[in-house]
Design a protein around this ligand. Structure first.
Ligand code: GLC
Length: 570
């Protein structure tokens, strides 16, 4: 049995460098080295210049609600959020402006209606939102509730003071996690969370069934590595937003977190603290050359580890898990901040790398051959700015820019404050390439001709500048907005949001746009794609009230060591 079913009685309507080579190897570092590196990573190109954000802070605060003098205090520092971690539940959106200072865009109301139309019920209770409500194209799996797709919907509902659906979703998915899952005869790990699920209605027996997919039905049989991470991140968002700790404290939720942690913290042959993944394991769920250590998964992994640390109870079972998490976080942040980070100085260092170095003192630790540097990266890299590259493994650096991983790195504080600013600088200086006419490029640049054939396996959906291969995905707007606010650069997000709202409703909320600047509605893009709708709403609500950011952002934790309060019985 490859799928999991939950039978029930129906009563609801359901639609079916390390420091310039001076640091020890990763195997030698001790806590003090690490602490030093965490606090002061390799010198970055962060020479400041006034961005359009700084110029327009005062302008922006005029259009914000009174609560939002936040921007004035942020001084480009995420520390302004130290006090925003608390509980805040705003009034519900009713279609009329909530504040005399904030005039909602006319499409906000339409977006809410469309989001509500996408609700999926199980036994009369909303449990998620459908991926897309587009009757004009074949449904395939777009009639399912995807875990990753539901995240922006969930945030929209939380920000609007409607946490019930999020709670239902979290409970339903943790239950699905506990099912036995198999692909052909192969049994998957206990902690695997589904990629998606569907509620089936049997009108004869008047029953409802939940059918979940863990990758065994998915095109290409791809593994949903990101699902468990998003689930933990969402559980923390729910807890932060509502102040209700009782959900996360339930035994099944604690077990759910521990099972996910067990899956990704298990020891193996790895020489790196990053998580080894097959292609198609995340938002990019098709062959796109992201196998290895993709930035999207590493950033989500880091964030999920930190959220788990926040959520796990300090009891016998929790404490063992917490010990492992703390160790991994130290190693992972060092590795990512040192080896995945690219700016002009680092690029120049790689360009001059010597190869075939053996020993702990190697500078070119992964034996990257300078000839493998793609030509485009020399033009793309601005003098000021930087980003986390797509992948790092032996003799391989994927220099492509991936949006989700970089935004999540900022939100989770995997990126240092300097790195966060540098990512923002890069977005500003490469606006045409990354934003163009529709936010936001999923990755840059696109693969073409021979490379496209070899890497994607001639995928006709992922042709150059389309879909996952350099397409523009409106859903990414919420992540950009959250990252911009965290980095103290909201004006960048405001500019991107204005671009999106000039077209999204008119174009029918497409899933993605095609072309170098995102001018065309995607070749095979679904319309009424729920996460395009929800992503826009979340971006708008965060711009209106930046305190919402607290539920999806984590402050830098210099120590990354929780006080271990072991219970007497341990
Ligand atoms: C596509 C996307 C994936 C998304 C799914 C449902 O497969 O690549 O990220 O979850 O559609 O919208």
């Amino acid at each position: 049995m490859a799928t999991s079913r939950v039978d029930g009685t129906s009563n609801g309507s359901v639609k079916s460098k390390d420091e310039e080579g001076a640091t020890p190897s990763i195997f030698e570092i001790d806590d003090s080295d690490l602490q030093r590196l965490l606090e002061k990573p390799r010198q970055l190109n962060t020479e400041r210049k006034r961005s359009f954000d700084e110029r327009s802070f005062s302008e922006m605060s005029i259009t914000m609600s009174p609560r939002n003098n936040f921007y004035k205090t942020s001084e480009h520092s995420s520390r302004a959020f130290d006090n925003l971690d608390g509980v805040y539940s705003p009034g519900r959106w009713t279609g009329t402006p909530r504040s005399a200072y904030f005039e909602p865009h006319p499409i906000v109301g339409e977006a809410w209606e469309a989001l509500r139309r996408s609700l999926v019920n199980f036994r009369g209770q909303p449990v998620g939102t459908i991926a897309a409500l587009d009757n004009s194209s074949e449904e395939l799996n777009y009639d399912q509730v995807f875990v990753r797709d539901f995240v922006p919907s969930a945030l929209a509902f939380l920000m609007n003071g409607e946490p019930e659906i999020v709670k239902n979703f979290l409970l339903k998915t943790v239950f699905l996690q506990s099912r036995e899952k198999k692909v052909d005869n192969f049994k998957l790990g206990e902690g695997v969370m589904p990629a998606s699920f569907k509620v089936l209605h049997n009108p004869v027996r008047n029953t409802e069934t939940i059918l979940a997919d863990y990758g065994e039905s998915a095109i290409g049989r791809v593994a949903p590595v990101d699902s468990g991470f998003w689930w933990i991140i969402l559980l923390r968002a729910y807890t932060k937003s509502t102040g209700d700790t009782s959900l996360a404290e339930r035994p099944e939720m604690q077990r759910g977190i521990r099972l996910i942690m067990t899956l990704c913290l298990s020891e193996g042959f790895d020489t790196f603290p990053t998580l080894l993944c097959a292609d198609g394991c995340c938002m990019i769920d098709r062959r796109m050359g992201v196998y290895g250590y993709p930035i999207e998964i590493q950033a989500l992994f880091f964030m999920a580890l930190r959220c788990a640390l926040y959520l796990l109870k300090r009891d016998c079972e929790g404490n063992d898990c917490i010990d492992q998490i703390v160790k991994r976080l130290h190693a992972l942040s060092f590795h990512m901040r040192s080896y995945f980070w690219l700016d002009i100085k680092q690029l120049n260092d790689i360009y001059r790398y010597k190869t075939e170095e053996y020993s702990h003192t190697a500078v070119n630790k992964f034996n990257v051959i300078p000839d493998s540097l793609p030509e485009w990266v020399f033009d793309f890299m601005p003098t000021r700015g930087g980003y986390f590259i797509g992948n790092v493994s032996p003799a391989k650096m994927d220099f492509r820019w991936f949006c989700l991983g970089n935004c999540v790195a900022i939100l989770s504080s995997l990126a240092t404050p300097e790195q966060s600013s540098a990512i923002m600088d890069l977005i500003e200086s490469r606006w045409q390439e990354l934003v163009g006419e529709m936010p936001l490029k999923i990755c840059y640049p696109a693969m073409e001709s021979h490379e496209w054939r070899i890497v994607t396996g001639c995928d006709p959906k992922n042709t150059s500048w389309s879909y996952h291969n350099g397409g523009s995905w409106p859903v990414l707007l919420w992540l950009l907005t959250a990252a911009c606010i965290k980095a103290g650069r909201p004006q960048i997000a405001k500019r991107a949001t204005e671009l999106a709202e000039s077209r999204l409703l008119m174009d029918g909320w497409p899933e993605y746009y095609d072309g170098k600047s995102g001018r065309f509605i995607g070749k095979q893009a679904r319309k009424n794609q729920t996460w395009s709708i929800a992503g826009y709403l979340v971006a708008k609500m965060m711009l209106e009230d930046p305190s919402h950011l607290g539920m999806i952002s984590l402050e830098e934790d210099k120590q990354m060591k929780p006080q271990m309060k072991r219970s007497a019985s341990c």
